[in-house]
Write a protein that binds this ligand. Structure first.
Ligand SMILES: [Zn+2]
Length: 214
């Protein structure tokens, strides 16, 4: 039976690499795949999914208004499809996640989505929220913080390297950079911990460790 998969991670965990490798495994066996990635700016057409280690493949763009069930059903009239892959799945609208679920349930094609779990403010993306709710299989792709612990959170850095705590969930065309951190270091970098840092400027990371008995 076909299934809806959601592989989620923080930034720079190699999501696109895994997607491209999985798609390649199908192609190698002579099976067709269909790849999607987010358009973000209402462009239409074709783009590349590229991974940091140099792999890339052609992908169709999805916009927030697209009905992915109808689009995939149309494709199916031209060619067979063994699997649909969606990169940047955090940008799916919740109704598009349901459209992909119908591709699984009604067209019996597996759909593998890859995306970020949370934004730089630690909030779920709408697409990720819906996928976490209804996907058949959830997979965590692991990456690590500078301290060696599992990184589950992301901070957004401005041009000057300072951590940004305000702003739109999706920054388009900016020079922002993202860094993955463990939850503990994310709270410190975003100023959420220590809670009274503003009142006691002498309280630093080491003192805080002693206080909490670590
Ligand atoms: Zn850490």
């Amino acid at each position: 039976m076909a299934k809806l998969y959601f592989s989620y991670a923080a930034m720079n965990a190699g999501k696109s690499t895994l997607l491209l490798q999985a798609s390649h495994n199908y192609n190698e066996r002579g099976m067709n795949t269909l790849l999607y990635t987010a358009a973000l700016d209402n462009r239409a057409g074709i783009a590349n999914i590229a991974s940091r280690i140099g792999l890339k493949a052609r992908a169709e763009l999805f916009n927030e208004g697209d009905n992915l069930f109808e689009k995939i059903k149309e494709k199916l009239q031209q060619q067979s499809l063994s699997c649909v892959f969606v990169d940047e799945a955090q940008f799916l609208r919740p109704e598009q996640v349901w459209q992909l679920a119908r591709v699984v349930d009604r067209l019996e094609i597996p759909v593998m989505c890859y995306g970020l779990r949370t934004d730089f403010q630690g909030k779920l993306f709408p697409g990720s929220s819906e996928l976490l709710a209804i996907a058949d299989i959830l997979r965590e792709i692991r990456t690590i913080c500078h301290c060696g612990a599992k990184a589950t959170m992301v901070v957004r850095l401005g041009d000057d390297g300072a951590v940004l705590v305000e702003g739109e969930q999706v920054a388009i065309g900016g020079n922002e950079k993202y860094v993955s951190l463990c939850r503990k270091h994310w709270e410190e970098e975003t100023g959420n911990w220590p809670a009274n840092r503003a009142d006691s400027p002498t309280l630093n990371f080491e003192e805080n460790q002693k206080r909490s008995g670590n």
